[in-house]
Design a protein around this ligand. Sequence first.
Ligand code: FAD
Length: 275
Amino acid sequence: MPPLISHRTLLEPRSLADALTLLRDDGPLVPMAGCTDLYVSLNFGTLKEARFLNLWRLSALRTIEMRGGLLSIGALATHTDLIRSALVRRRVPMLAAAAREVGGVQIQNRGTIGGNVANASPAGDTLPVLAAAEATVVLRSAAGTRRIPFTQFYTGYRQTVRRPDELIVALEIPAIRGRQCFRKVGTRAAQAISKVVVAAVVGDRPRIALGSVAPTVVRATRTEAALAAGASIEDAQQTLVDEIAPIDDIRSTAEYRRRVAANLLALFWNGASRG
Ligand SMILES: Cc1cc2nc3c(=O)[nH]c(=O)nc-3n(C[C@H](O)[C@H](O)[C@H](O)COP(=O)(O)OP(=O)(O)OC[C@H]3O[C@@H](n4cnc5c(N)ncnc54)[C@H](O)[C@@H]3O)c2cc1C
C-alpha cells in the first residue's frame, strides 16, 4: 500500500478567477480534474508533486455550447458529458465515438476532456479527433487568454505549451465538412490503451490524425495531400506507411501499427466509419 497522502495539500477554489489567482500566487500547483490519470501515478508513487488545485467543482468549465459558430467544450466536460451531448453527437460524432471508447463507464464519468488533453499521452483517445477537427485549445491565466491550434499544443512526448499558471478552460471546434471516422484498436473493447487510434474527415479536404504511432498525436499531412490530389487509396496507404514512424513497445510492434493504420485508412475511405 502507498503511504497515506496527508502531507499533500489540496486547494479548493470556488471560481475560475479564484483558481487562476491561486495558480499565479500560490504555485506551483498541479491542476486536478477527474483525477483518473493523476490517481494512477499517485498510487504507483511516481507523483512527486505535493500541492494540488481541485477544479472538479468549477461547473462553469463543464458547459458544452455554441459560441460564435464554434462548438465550445468546457475543459471539465466528462467523457459521459460528451457522449450525452446532442451538440457533440450532431457536430462532432467522431468525438462522441472516441469518448465511448475511453476506459469503462466509471472512467467516462470522472475523466474529463481537459484532463485527456493536458495529460498529453500519445494514446489519449480524444487527441486524434481534436487534431482532425482542427480544434483550438483555450488556455487562461490570471493575465489573460491564449488560443493555441491543437496541432501546435504538443511540443514533444508529454510536453505541451501550457504554462504552470495556465489552465485549459475549453476546446473550440469549427464546423467540419465531410464524413467523420474514428477507430481505436486495442487489446479489448474496454479499459484498453490503444495500439493505434485514428480519426479522419473524408471530404474535399481530407484530414487524418493518429495516436500511439509517435511521441505526440500526429496529422498525416502528406497522406492528406495525396488524397486531396486524387491519389488512389493504395498509393495513399503507401504514403501513410512511409509517413508515420511508430515504435515497438509492450503494447505492439511498429510493423503492426503501420499495417493497422493503412488498413483503417482504406476502411474509412471505402465508406466504413464509426462516428
Ligand atoms: C482504468 C483507466 C482506464 C483509462 N482508459 C483510457 C482510455 O481508454 N483512453 C484514454 O484516452 N484515457 C484513458 N485513461 C486515462 C484518463 O482517464 C483520461 O486521460 C481522462 O480523460 C483524464 O481526465 P481527468 O479529468 O481524470 O484528468 P486528471 O487525472 O485530473 O489530470 C490529468 C492531467 O491533466 C492535468 N489537467 C487536468 N485538467 C486540466 C486543466 N483543465 N487544465 C490544465 N491541466 C489539467 C492534470 O494536472 C494532470 O497532469 C484511463 C485511466 C484509467 C485509470
